[in-house]
Design a protein around this ligand. Structure first.
Ligand SMILES: NC(=O)c1ccc[n+]([C@@H]2O[C@H](COP(=O)([O-])OP(=O)(O)OC[C@H]3O[C@@H](n4cnc5c(N)ncnc54)[C@H](OP(=O)(O)O)[C@@H]3O)[C@@H](O)[C@H]2O)c1
Length: 378
């Protein structure tokens, strides 16, 4: 396993880490696969994947509990990263959330504590001050942010000085948006980029030519297409990746995905073939389908999104005010060709439901939204 330096901390982390979203449940706690998941975490650790990423929100904290059990006795050799949810962004809540995470993780310190999502209703200064105090008490070693835009990152740095070590963000061959500005800024600032969904959530959003290219390079290297995709991610300066895998063969493959260097011509060929080109779609052409990612609850009308009866935090309205205040762009939502037959829509929304409604509210439905099409390539 290759190790990469972690921010300016003087520490290193395994270039391939282990994601745990869905391990022990997604939005709610699921104990039905506990033994399997505990063994998986240990197996990955034994293969050198010592960096493990989790969140208090994964399976209502159950992912953290499973990590705590799996790493008992070897905790000090692992690099454990967790995240505080936006619901707990206020000072006292950050402190409480950290204590609860530590309890579930069965440890007295976390290596990295990250703000999972920015909360426009709570000043980032307040959240980071709490984290800094936790750091001074030795309960966490390093501080990171996740899902921050470049502007939000700069605001956080301005508010709290040089206490942020890492930025977790989506980065994979399907979505290379961070190359527009965030990646180069992180390199310049020596912030580690933790690439989430580095395998695009295991979804096949590539065309036949792209798949053939990855397979051909993989064949030459004795690797699978997914190993090539992971290697491409971590080949970037300052970037580590946290694929989630529960199949043992996937874990094994991922543990080997850092152990080779792509030839410069392969790297260039991949960069030329996999482009991220968002499209601008009038919001009324998108249907918010109830069967998108994870079949999560979803608002299907603007009125329901404004009421936010499901209690999403931050709410679509809070996000909308933030978009209006900063005239910000957003991370592209994901769409597919619609399955609706009414003739009213061109696309179904499959990911980014709260973002979508925030955008609609902020711009009164008048401004097209940036989207990546999951089936445009087929
Ligand atoms: N900060 C955030 O907001 C945020 C958001 C999303 C994700 N994350 C973090 O990033 C982690 C990874 O992202 P993700 O879970 O969205 O997606 P991902 O890692 O891109 O993809 C996971 C999928 O890829 C499959 N897979 C893994 N290794 C493979 C291999 N070698 N060959 C073929 N398929 C393979 C997995 O299958 P099996 O599981 O069946 O093996 C699973 O279906 C999460 O678990 C979480 O820790 C953070």
């Amino acid at each position: 396993m290759k190790f990469k330096k972690f921010g300016k901390t003087g520490k290193t982390v395994s270039a391939i880490g282990q994601g745990t979203m869905g391990v022990g449940g997604y939005l709610s706690r699921d104990t039905s696969h506990d033994l399997e998941y505990i063994k998986n975490i240990q197996y990955a650790f034994d293969l050198g994947i010592t960096f493990i990423d989790t969140a208090e929100g994964y399976g209502e904290g159950h992912a953290e509990e499973l990590i705590g059990i799996a790493l008992a006795g070897i905790r000090d050799q692992a690099f454990i990263a967790s995240k505080v949810s936006p619901e707990n962004a206020k000072y006292e809540d950050v402190i409480k959330a950290c204590d609860q995470s530590l309890k579930r993780l069965k440890t007295d310190y976390m290596d990295l504590f990250q703000i999972h999502w920015p909360h426009p209703g709570v000043s980032v200064n307040e959240t980071l001050s709490a984290m800094n105090s936790l750091r001074q008490q030795g309960k966490i070693r390093f501080i990171g942010v996740s899902n921050f835009s470049l502007e939000q990152l700069k605001v956080a740095q301005l508010a709290c000085g040089d206490i942020i070590s890492s930025v977790q963000t989506e980065y994979n061959l399907f979505d290379r948006s961070i190359e527009n500005n965030l990646l180069s800024y992180c390199i310049e600032q020596e912030l580690t980029v933790i690439a989430y969904s580095p395998l695009n959530q295991g979804k096949a959003s590539f065309n036949a030519k792209q798949i053939a290219m990855l397979n051909a390079i993989g064949k030459r290297c004795g690797m699978t297409a997914e190993q090539i995709a992971l290697n491409w991610v971590i080949a970037h300066e300052g970037v580590v990746a946290i694929p989630k895998a529960v199949k043992l063969e996937h874990i094994r493959q991922n543990s080997l995905a850092a152990d080779f260097d792509l030839e410069p011509e392969d790297f260039a060929a991949i960069e030329g073939e996999f482009k991220t080109i968002p499209i601008n779609i009038p919001v009324e052409k998108i249907k918010v389908a109830p069967d998108g990612q994870g079949n999560r609850f979803v608002y299907q009308t603007i009125e329901a999104a404004i009421q936010n009866k499901m209690g999403f935090c931050p709410s679509p309205c809070e996000l909308a005010s933030d978009l209006q205040r900063h005239n910000e762009e957003i991370k592209p939502v994901r769409v597919r060709k619609t399955r609706d037959t009414s003739g009213r829509y061109e696309y179904d929304l499959v990911e980014g439901r709260i973002r979508y409604w925030a955008w609609v509210i902020a711009h009164k439905g008048l401004r097209p939204i940036k989207a990546l099409s999951c089936d445009i390539n087929h």
